[in-house]
Design a protein around this ligand. Structure first.
Ligand code: GUN
Length: 287
C-alpha cells in the first residue's frame, strides 16, 4: 500500500481564502485585525519563521508589525513592549517568538501577554481553559492538526490517537484537543518503554519530538493516519520530519509531507486566531 499524501497546500489555500474574506468584511466594518510579533535577538531560524508569519498576514490583509529587538534587550524592556501592545487597540494578537535569549524568563513574558491577545495559546489562563473545555483561543499547531484531520475526512471520535512527544507547544495541547474530539488518547515520550507496541495501536498517530525520521513503518498500524509535526535539517541540508516518510507511506493510509503541511497550517491557525481575537475585542464575536 502507498499512503495518500495529504495535500497541505490545498487545505492551506482554502482556509486562507476564507480568512481573507473574513478580514475583508471586518475591515469594511472598521475593524482591521492586527498582529504584533516580537523577535528578540538574531536566531536565524526564528527570523525565517517570523518573516513567514508577516508574509502570511499580508496575504490575507491582516495588519502586522514585527518588532525586532536586540539580543541584549532586558526582560524589563520586553515586558514594557508587551504592556504597550496589550493597551494598543489596533493590535488584537501578540506573539513573542521563542526561544528567547537565556537572560529572559520565558514564563514571565508569556504571563505578561493579555490572555485575550494570546494568539499562541501559551498563557496559563488559556492553557487552563483548554484543559476544562472553556472557549478560548486554541494553540496553533494542534488546532492545525485537528483541521487537517477534519478536512481529510478522518474520523476522530472513538479512535485511538497516539501522540508522540509531550511538549507544552505540541504534545500536551495536542492530546487535549484530540480528547475534546472524543478520541481515546495515549501520550508516548522518551521514557516510554516499547513505544512501538503503543504506536502500532494508533488509528491516528501524531508525532512531534524533533528527532529526524525516528518513526518507521514498524511503528505504524496498517491503515493509520500519520501526522508529522517535526521539522529537522539533515546534514545534507534536506528538511525532513520526525517520520520516515517513504517507509511510513508503505503502511499508513494517509500521511502529511514535511515540509509543506503542518508548518503552513500552523501559520494559518495563527491568522485565524488573530481574526477571532479581533472579532471578540470588537464585541462582534466570542473566543
Ligand atoms: N517558536 C517555535 N514555535 C513557536 C510558536 O509556535 N510560537 C512562538 N511564539 N514561538 C515559537
Amino acid at each position: 500500500m502507498t499512503a495518500e499524501r495529504i495535500n497541505g497546500k490545498q487545505i492551506v489555500a482554502e482556509l486562507r481564502e476564507q480568512i481573507s474574506h473574513e478580514v475583508g468584511s471586518l475591515t469594511a466594518e472598521g475593524i482591521r485585525p492586527g498582529l504584533a510579533v516580537i523577535l528578540v535577538g538574531d536566531d536565524a531560524a526564528s527570523a525565517v519563521y517570523v518573516r513567514n508569519k508577516a508574509k502570511a498576514c499580508e496575504q490575507v490583509g491582516i495588519h502586522s508589525e514585527v518588532h525586532r529587538l536586540p539580543a541584549e534587550t532586558t526582560q524589563e524592556e520586553l515586558l514594557q513592549w508587551i504592556e504597550r501592545l496589550n493597551r494598543n487597540d489596533e493590535i488584537h494578537g501578540i506573539l513573542v517568538q521563542l526561544p528567547l535569549p537565556k537572560h529572559i524568563d520565558e514564563d514571565a513574558v508569556i504571563d505578561a501577554i493579555s490572555p485575550l491577545k494570546d494568539v499562541d495559546c501559551f498563557h496559563p489562563v488559556n492553557v487552563g481553559n483548554l484543559m476544562i473545555g472553556k472557549p478560548s483561543l486554541l494553540p496553533c499547531t494542534p488546532a492545525g492538526v485537528i483541521e487537517i484531520l477534519r478536512r481529510t475526512g478522518t474520523e476522530i471520535a472513538g479512535k485511538h490517537a497516539v501522540v508522540v512527544g509531550r511538549s507544552n507547544i505540541v504534545g500536551k495541547p495536542m492530546a487535549m484537543l484530540l480528547l475534546r474530539e472524543h478520541a481515546t488518547v495515549t501520550i508516548c515520550h522518551s521514557r516510554t518503554p516499547d513505544m512501538e507496541a503503543i504506536t502500532r495501536q494508533a488509528d491516528i498517530l501524531v508525532v512531534g519530538v524533533g528527532r529526524a525520521q525516528m518513526i518507521k513503518a514498524n511503528h505504524i498500524k496498517p491503515g493509520a493516519v500519520v501526522i508529522d509535526v517535526g521539522i529537522n535539517r539533515l546534514e545534507s541540508g534536506q528538511l525532513v520530519g520526525d517520520v520516515d516518510y517513504e517507509d511510513a507511506a508503505t503502511v499508513a493510509s494517509k500521511i502529511t509531507p514535511v515540509p509543506g503541511c503542518v508548518g503552513p497550517m500552523t501559520i494559518t491557525m495563527l491568522l485565524a486566531n488573530t481574526v477571532q481575537a479581533a472579532r471578540a475585542a470588537s464585541g462582534k464575536g466570542s473566543l
